[in-house]
Structure formats: C-alpha cells, structure tokens
Ligand binder design. Structure first.
Ligand SMILES: [Zn+2]
Ligand SMILES: [Zn+2]
Length: 347
C-alpha cells in the first residue's frame, strides 16, 4: 500500500541526522548476470541497492554512499561472487543523490572504472555547495521560517561529507545504448524525482533498473531542483514525474529493479497506484486552500502535520509540485507578496 498521509521518502539526503549503520552483507542473485547488493545508509530508508552486472564490462549500477559500512558491504558483496573492487570496469549512476553516487570516486580510484551519469545531474555530483544559496532562497520564498531553513541548509551541508564530488564523468543521454558483450540496454531519461534521473532498460528480459523513479511501497518525491527554466522560480518536477511514469507505462516491462527495497513485478499495478495517490493528494491540496490563500510551506504543514524539520524541504517540494499543475490548469493562482509565494483558488 502506498501511504497517503505521510511524507514519502524518495530523496535520501534530506532526511534526518545520520545514525550509525549496521554492517551487513546482503547479496541476492536476480538473474544469471545481475546481483543486488544491499548497502546500509544512515537514513530512514536504511538501505539502497547497488546492482553488479557480471558481463563485460563488469558494471555497477549506482555506487552507494561514502561511509565505511557502505564500502565494506560492497566489498564483501563482490567477494561473495568472486570479485574484488578493482574488478569493476564501469559505473553507471542513476541520479546525483549522495546515497547513489557518494562513494563512486573511491571506487574509481581503486578500479579506474569510468563513471557515467546524465548531464543534468553533473552539477550535483560535481559540487552541491554551489546550489545551497539557491536552495535557501527557494525555501524562504515558499514561506518556510528562516530558523528552519537555516537548520535544513546546515544539515544538507553536513551530509556532504558522505559523498566525494566527482570531477570526471561521461554522459549518458536519453536513448543512448549501454553495451555489454552479451546484452544491450537502453538509457531512459525519467525526470521528476531528479531532473536527469536515468533508468536502464534491458528489453530482451523486460527488466528496468529504476533508480528512485519507481520504488515498491514508497512514492518517490518529485524534488525541487535549481531550475533550468527561464522563470527562476517555477518547478515542474511533479508534472515531469507523471510524464516519466507514462513513458515507463508504455514499455514492455515485467520486472523493476529499484534503487531501494525489493524488486517489483506488478509494474502496471504500481504505476496506477502512484497516479491514484497523486490524484488524492491533489484533492488534499485543494482542500487546504479552500478557506484562504497559503504559502507552499503552510500547505505542506496541512499535508504532513508534525513533519520533522529536515523533511520540510520534501514537504514543500510535494506541495509546489501539485500547485504548479493546478496553476497550469487555471485552478489556482499565484501571487507574490513581500518576496513570498501565496496560492489561492481561482474564483
Ligand atoms: Zn534519490
Ligand atoms: Zn535514493
């Protein structure tokens, strides 16, 4: 079941303060070529999945976060199937969140494996610090109290110790081929959770590696990003996310291999649940606006009462995603007052 009255966790870096993780090796063989290694992360989702593809070149999908527990788990996982970290020959990164790319540089230094990512994620893996000022202005503009914003920014800054910035990466674009000796995949751009999130499709086996685009029982957040659009404060992340879902719905896929949690075989069922979930949330946004105009922060508080300070960024992302769609449909209007965005129902 997709929870509807709590803040689902998709982005893994803006969650809560890091805690010590248990060190454990969890490896699972999915097909004769694909292994899943469950890597501990110090966030509520507890683990993320690195996939090891035992073909030529030997490839990792995502790298894990930069902690000793993550490093040791990956090392042990590969040893279980007879490889060392130096046998990795290629690293594909689904998106630029620290739990997915954090230790890529360390793996590169041990193996020399080239790292691939979509160009829209490159800015994030190179340095997140440059975007913190912009993030702060987004939060303030959306009505978050200054003390809370400062706390959130401080946390995001401190979380960066769990990722090494990557200067060198190769780019993968929508439709690009990922070739192995015995198979060929296709790169599928699925913006929404992150603007340059890429999934990998293996058509012969009807398998899709989803990163955080599709997760079992968790709705990934369409997270606000530093916009690339003309208007500096418009964020079409939810609209993009839903369009990306339709894109996946049209493909012939029977197994999803996500960036967190278990694999998913009821692909159409999951996609329908997510559409229904966002429709229900859209109704709750409208209800929140039924009596008076509100900032996205106030709406987020209505949607997710009692949300901890570090999740407020996700709450605002969720509210703004819905508000942008409602505004485009002419259902709500946006007014700026004293540097803050207020939304109200069109009369
Ligand atoms: Zn993510
Ligand atoms: Zn993630």
């Amino acid at each position: 079941m997709l929870a509807s009255n709590r803040l689902e966790i998709g982005l893994c870096i803006y969650q809560c303060l890091p805690k010590a993780s248990e060190e454990k090796t969890m490896i699972q063989q999915i097909t004769d070529k694909i292994y899943k290694i469950e890597i501990p992360i110090p966030f509520p989702l507890k683990t993320m999945n690195v996939y090891f593809i035992d073909d030529s070149p030997r490839t990792l999908i995502d790298a894990g976060i930069k902690t000793e527990a993550s490093f040791e788990t990956l090392k042990k996982g590969l040893e279980t199937i007879g490889y060392g970290l130096n046998s990795i020959e290629r690293i594909l990164i689904t998106h630029g969140h620290i739990d997915h790319y954090g230790q890529a540089k360390r793996l590169f230094s041990l193996s020399g494996a080239p790292i691939y990512i979509h160009p829209k994620e490159y800015g994030k893996i190179r340095s997140v610090i440059h975007s913190l000022g912009f993030l702060k202005s987004i939060l303030l503009r959306n009505g978050a109290p200054e003390a809370l914003v400062n706390e959130a920014i401080q946390y995001i800054e401190s979380a960066q110790s769990m990722a090494d910035p990557l200067e060198e990466a190769f780019f993968l674009n929508d439709g690009d081929t990922v070739s192995f000796k015995l198979m060929t995949w296709k790169t599928i751009l699925c913006p929404g959770h992150s603007p340059g999130l890429i999934c990998f499709h293996w058509p012969e086996k009807k398998i899709l590696f989803t990163g955080d685009h599709l997760l079992k029982e968790i709705t990934p957040n369409p997270v606000l990003n530093v916009p690339e659009y003309k208007s500096p404060f418009r964020y079409p992340s939810l609209k993009d996310y839903l369009t990306s879902l339709e894109k996946i719905e049209r493909l012939d896929i029977s197994l999803l291999l996500p960036g967190h949690g278990e694999e998913i075989d009821d692909v159409k069922g999951l996609i329908q649940k997510i559409f229904a979930h966002h429709k229900e949330r859209m109704d709750r946004v409208l209800f929140s606006l039924s009596k008076k105009e509100k900032t996205p922060y106030e709406i987020a508080m209505d949607l997710f009462p009692g949300v901890p300070p570090f999740e407020i960024f996700l709450g605002i992302s969720e509210a703004v995603g819905h508000l942008e769609i409602l505004k485009e449909k002419g259902i709500v209007r946006l007014k700026e007052k004293e540097g803050k965005d207020y939304y109200s129902l069109e009369t």
